[in-house]
Design a protein around this ligand. Sequence first.
Ligand SMILES: Nc1nc2c(ncn2[C@@H]2O[C@H](COP(=O)(O)OP(=O)(O)OP(=O)(O)O)[C@@H](O)[C@H]2O)c(=O)[nH]1
Ligand SMILES: [Mg+2]
Length: 202
Amino acid sequence: MVFGRAERRRKKAVEPVTLKILVAGGFGVGKTTLVGAVSEIKPLRTEEQLSEAGRPVDDTAGVEGKHTTTVAMDFGRITLREDLVLYLFGTPGQDRFWFLWDELSTGALGAVVLADTRRLEDSFAAIDYFERRGIPFTVAVNCFEGAERYPAETVRDALDLDPDVSVVYCDAREKGSARDVLVEVVQHALRMSEEQREPALS
Ligand SMILES: Nc1nc2c(ncn2[C@@H]2O[C@H](COP(=O)(O)OP(=O)(O)OP(=O)(O)O)[C@@H](O)[C@H]2O)c(=O)[nH]1
Ligand SMILES: [Mg+2]
């Protein structure tokens, strides 16, 4: 019987856990691209043209080919397992939208900080933000063509990361690659919350 209690219980048994993950980082590092690449629903985007009026405040150095920018957020969803669904929130990359970050980060389990090795300093502010708030994060170097490849240790030193923060590499345009980053973020965030629950005996 389709509407029976057993059917309802069966459905309940696979009701997925939903987790909120932020996709953050500096201007033009590929946040919107990553959310779009992995999302199984049509991602919500809030792209606007970079305008002449914004030129004095928008730092487009290094991303001159870019014509649009996220002005509020990106939103997407990915089912990692039958019982685990991630809601992805991409942050805006420009300083003038910082006021949105507190709203976006409420209730987040963890974050990806995307980085471009040609402009690592653009991701400093996102790293500071998550460190200060104790939100677990993973750094994902988005491997743009023409950008030099550095070992993870070099990136870690340049970003002055704590030893428990992992550094991974990705191509934000590739679904599988972006998915691997998200799996790492979830695993890292769960490790951190377990550690907090069971503090090491001193
Ligand atoms: N070659 C290459 N290009 C990429 C990659 N990821 C993103 N891009 C391109 O880089 C540009 C910036 O990507 P976006 O995803 O808009 O970056 P963003 O971080 O959302 O930018 P803001 O929201 O403005 O901060 C786009 O033109 C993408 O097509 C990548 O892995 N490799
Ligand atoms: Mg964007």
